[in-house]
Design a protein around this ligand. Structure first.
Ligand code: G
Ligand code: G
Ligand code: NA
Ligand code: MN
Length: 258
């Protein structure tokens, strides 16, 4: 109850929350491909509270709708800033932004996204919304319609934590998505056995068959990175490349790309 109260206050004041950006790299070149926006809470008395603690509270209380809107706005503001820094004709970076189940079922979601795009001037093609497999499958038909509408705006989509939820393969090919994100539990198990490597290989084959690109998360060692490169994984994310970082550091990375 205390944390719920404090989170509500943090959302009203907007001073304790901030967004960390974790780089996502192109596996072949090692070049910067994009970032994932990850919310952080610096509580005035208790210091950093992990999102693993406060996101579930936000979900169960419905505060996630306000929190999610705040993250979306913040990340889009950052995109708009970076848009101006990129050389004309150079490929876009993408910004992955997490959407919770609640947001996915929120009838005002499309209106919110339109408003944030207009307000910030962010290019929709830079945005990649991450939706977990279980969130999409919960109300599959309804989710597909929302994703189609958002995609119509030029926004990209990826399925997060792929392989951990219950996935209906009969829906997977109908999903209007661009990428599959291989859950870090699979990536982190790769070095242990051939069976574990086979699971990752099969997820990638499936993704390619369906026309999605693949992002592997939780890459912590160069050995993991090499295994994934050998499987022709498109993008990678993990402590081996970079940790989530404050906007100022991410900004220096974007600037250093030229
Ligand atoms: O760094 P990491 O500890 O940020 O995140 C822990 C969990 O919190 C992950 O499951 C991540 O997806 C989730 N998370 C982080 N930021 C956001 C956000 O802005 N929205 C939602 N819905 N989840 C987030
Ligand atoms: O649930 P989601 O896939 O959004 O998870 C993102 C979470 O993964 C964030 O908490 C982020 O800090 C964390 N993360 C990013 N890279 C690594 C990594 O290499 N290892 C581990 N264990 N966690 C990571
Ligand atoms: Na995510
Ligand atoms: Mn994930």
């Amino acid at each position: 109850v205390r944390l719920e109260h404090d989170l509500r206050r943090a959302l009203e004041r907007g001073e304790e929350l901030w967004v960390a950006y974790q780089p996502i790299v192109e596996m072949v070149t090692g070049g910067l491909a994009g970032f994932e926006a990850l919310v952080r809470w610096n509580h005035p008395e208790r210091g950093n509270i992990p999102p693993g603690i406060f996101i579930p509270i936000a979900e169960s209380t419905g505060l996630i709708v306000t929190l999610g809107a705040w993250v979306l706005r913040e990340a889009c503001r950052q995109i708009a800033e970076w848009q101006d820094k990129r050389l004309p004709g150079s490929a876009n970076l993408f910004m992955s932004i997490n959407l919770s189940t609640r947001q996915l079922n929120d009838p005002d979601m499309v209106a919110l996204v339109r408003e944030v795009l207009r307000e910030t001037g962010a290019e929709p093609s830079w945005i990649k919304l991450e939706i977990t497999e279980s969130a999409v499958m919960e109300k599959a038909e309804q989710s597909i319609r929302l994703l189609q509408t958002l995609r119509g705006l030029g926004i990209k989509m990826s399925i997060d934590d792929f392989g951990t939820g219950y996935s209906s393969l009969s829906y997977l090919h109908k999903l209007p998505i661009d990428s599959l994100k291989v859950d870090r539990s699979f990536v982190m198990a790769m070095h242990q056995s051939e069976e574990n490597r086979a699971i990752v290989r099969i997820i990638m084959d499936l993704a390619r068959l369906l026309g999605f690109d693949v992002i592997a998360e939780g890459i912590e060692t160069s050995a993991d990175a090499n295994l994934l490169r050998a499987l022709a994984c498109d993008y990678g994310q993990g402590y081996h490349f970079a940790r989530p970082m404050p906007a100022a550091d991410a900004d220096r990375l974007v600037g250093a790309e030229h």
